[in-house]
Write a protein that binds this ligand. Structure first.
Ligand code: BDR
Ligand code: CA
Length: 305
């Protein structure tokens, strides 16, 4: 793939894995972090931790919003632990260079791009929405936004909503309706592509410290992800990377989508509306070739052998 890729993440175990897969396969030009799985300070630190261990700290990483656009932050400490990446003892790393925040970084980076970029988001869509609202002249620099979030088949943080759209439904609704082509990868597919517990051993074949780190992180995750069980654990955010790097493993549908912002009970629910009813039409992953996906996934990690 030729287009530059930018990532927006809230690491998070599955974000960390998605980041490593993206670095292995794509021309990633920058990473911004957002509050979600944990507070903004922690997700920023976690992103730098992963880049450090992957020998990629030269990649620009900039911290973004510490809370949703209009609401208090809800974190997923019950899934990702107090650090946001519990399960592995990370080494100390040098203090970050915080001279540029996510909005400043993206403004400069997107303006410099010659061709429209692909933007992949795997946390609440706060940074993405805030950037789009503040920089309408730069929408033309973005060819596509792919996000992990939403669900057409029930939620994981409430019976109705997936975590990322629940945390910042206002941002998600803005992004989905912004006019840029949007790709949604939600629980409909992430709950089908389960990483088997026995396959965690395969991480240990990767070079140190990446292999051992992934083994320990996902051993923790297996014990905490609410939808992990005998059949394995979802690795949600990796599927947003696959949506761009290997879209053929998904079945896609054009869907008119509503994101609930007003009814607190259904907050963040992503609901199908009648075609042509005025709701934004986006591309949604509705099914996945699970074995094709895992073949691609393990192949991508050969980069770290
Ligand atoms: C999403 O919520 C987070 O906990 C994960 O990182 C993923 O982005 C799954 O609902
Ligand atoms: Ca995430």
């Amino acid at each position: 793939m030729a287009s530059s890729v930018y990532l927006d993440m809230d690491p998070g175990h599955d974000d960390a894995l998605a980041l490593l897969v993206a670095l292995a396969l794509m021309p990633v030009r920058g990473l911004t972090t957002v509050a979600g799985n944990q507070t903004g300070d922690k997700t920023y630190l976690n992103a730098r931790r992963i880049l450090f261990l992957a020998n990629q700290l030269h990649l620009p990483v900039a911290p973004g919003y510490n809370r949703p656009l209009f609401r208090n932050l809800v974190t997923a400490a019950h899934v990702h632990g107090q650090s946001g990446l519990d399960g592995y003892e990370f080494p100390e790393i040098s203090p970050p260079d915080r001279s540029m925040d996510a909005m400043q970084f993206l403004e400069i980076a997107f303006a410099k791009e010659q061709e429209p970029v692909v933007w992949i988001a795997t946390g609440p869509l706060t940074n993405v929405a805030a950037f789009l609202i503040g920089h309408p002249h730069l929408h033309q620099k973005i060819s596509q936004i792919a996000f992990m979030g939403g669900s057409l088949s029930g939620g994981n943080i409430t019976p109705y909503a997936e975590f990322n759209t629940y945390v910042d439904p206002d941002a998600a609704a803005y992004v989905v309706g912004c006019g840029i082509p949007i790709t949604m990868v939600g629980l409909d597919v992430t709950h089908k592509a389960l990483l088997a517990q026995k396959d965690l051993e395969r991480f240990r074949c990767l070079k140190p410290p990446i292999g051992e780190m992934l083994y320990r992180l996902f051993t923790f995750f297996a014990g905490h992800e609410p939808n992990a069980g005998d059949r394995g654990m979802p690795i949600h955010d990796v599927l947003a990377i696959a949506a761009i790097a290997n879209p053929g493993v998904f079945t896609w549908e054009k869907i008119s989508l509503h994101i609930e912002r007003c009814d607190e009970k259904r907050r963040g629910a992503t609901e199908i509306k009648r075609p042509g009813s005025g709701y934004p039409e986006i591309k949604v992953a509705v099914d996945i070739d699970v074995s094709g996906f895992f073949e691609w996934f393990w192949q991508s990690l050969v980069y770290y052998q």
